[in-house]
Design a protein around this ligand. Structure first.
Ligand code: FAD
Length: 356
């Protein structure tokens, strides 16, 4: 049924998906509330958004190709986070450009980068020329290339500020919801943005959400990367004041999130070959966090209606690239709900429903 501006929506989950959905409703002047569980343990308590580094990168380095619909996502992403920055009065604090310096692992990879540029491959628009003029704290014997349009969004700040804004307007409540609750009386529609908290309910309708465990270290170091994020196997992201995020580990299907010694070692081992010894020996680990990324099996988000649950929609499966793909996907879902614009087949949950 078409939705109108007189409806009241319930958004469940105040992580990145919930925020992006709330923003779509906000822009349309639609009334809504956001509920987020107050659980201190178990799947309902997991918040990927609270620990994520928030990086965006239009290039997939494995094969040196642009990621799915990169230009569309890039445009929507910039517009969305810059508007949110303005709405929340966070000018200059939320959306940050930090070019990625891709350290070439070998000469074959350098040749591949060069070929992509020479062939005018679609990814070429996101790549710079190869350089050997390396910051002196970074080791790159095969040279490096730069992705200038990369950066990061301060997700913990976004979460905290959006929640405060909702609380001030009486729109945020610490409450739990699941499929069995259906649509509570006061509401016309529900948008389920529970991340891995939706795993059990999703299984009942044939949708799989993998909980992909990730760990990140925060380090204090005098290293100078010329403001760039250094990438090779893992990444080192400068956050100002000699602080860096070092991440991330990736382990499929872990149900309980906790920082591990193995994760810490994996990150440090990956960093060592690309950082000059005089700086590598001089840093301090100040934090170590972990979380569960909600991922679909085909690496595309889920956005659309839920079979057999009236007026209930989901936005989930943002995976490792929530910052980049989230804004477009939330916008597609809102256009579907309010304007009956068909959803792109790639994001429809129906692609996995049991009866299909
Ligand atoms: C270590 C790590 C690093 C990452 N780095 C990046 C990165 O650099 N760039 C990037 O784009 N992405 C990154 N990600 C992925 C990114 O965090 C996710 O794509 C995104 O945050 C998912 O947001 P979400 O709102 O779907 O889920 P979540 O952030 O997990 O939010 C779900 C919310 O729903 C609530 N909830 C759950 N169950 C219930 C219930 N029954 N009732 C009410 N509320 C409920 C939870 O409390 C939670 O607040 C990273 C993730 C991790 C773990």
């Amino acid at each position: 049924m078409p939705s109108s501006a007189t409806d009241t929506f319930l958004i469940v989950g105040s992580g990145l998906s919930g925020i992006l959905m709330a923003w779509e409703l906000e822009k349309r002047g639609v009334d809504y509330e956001v509920w987020n569980s107050g659980a201190k343990s178990g799947p309902e308590s997991n918040s990927a958004t609270k620990v994520a580094a928030g990086m965006f990168n239009p290039v997939s380095f494995k094969r040196c190709v642009e990621v799915w619909n990169a230009r569309e996502h890039m445009n929507a992403m910039r517009e969305t986070y810059q508007s949110l920055e303005h709405f929340l009065n966070l000018q200059g604090e939320l959306f940050h450009i930090a070019p990625i310096m891709r350290v070439f692992p070998n000469s074959q990879y350098r040749d591949l980068w060069s070929k992509r540029l020479n062939d005018s491959h679609p990814v070429a628009g996101f790549l710079s020329e190869i350089s050997d003029d390396c910051p002196q704290d970074v080791i790159a014997p095969h040279g490096f290339g730069v992705v200038p349009e990369a950066g990061w969004v301060d997700l913990p700040l976004l979460m905290q500020s959006f929640r405060s804004n909702l609380e001030l307007r009486g729109k945020f409540f610490e409450k739990s919801w699941d499929f069995a609750t259906q649509t509570p009386p006061k509401f016309s529609h529900v948008i389920d943005c529970r991340g891995v908290g939706a795993t059990q309910d999703f299984a009942s309708i044939g949708l799989k959400i993998a909980s992909d465990h990730g760990e990140i270290l925060t380090i204090q170091s005098p290293i100078n990367t010329h403001g760039m994020c250094v990438n090779r196997v893992k990444w080192l992201l400068p956050r100002g004041n000699s602080t860096f995020k070092l991440g991330a580990t990736y382990t499929w299907n872990v149900t309980k999130s906790e920082p591990t010694d193995a994760g810490r070692s994996e990150l440090l081992l990956a960093l060592q070959p690309i950082i000059a010894p005089h700086v590598f020996d001089n840093f301090e680990i100040t934090d170590h966090v972990s979380g569960l990324r909600p991922a679909s099996t085909d690496r595309r988000p889920y956005a659309g209606p839920v079979n057999n649950l009236n007026n209930t929609y989901i936005l989930n499966g943002l995976g490792t690239r929530g910052v980049f793909v989230g804004p477009t996907t939330a916008s597609h879902l809102a256009n579907f709900i309010f304007d009956q614009t068909p959803l792109p087949a790639e994001v429809r949950p129906a692609r996995f429903f049991k009866e299909q």
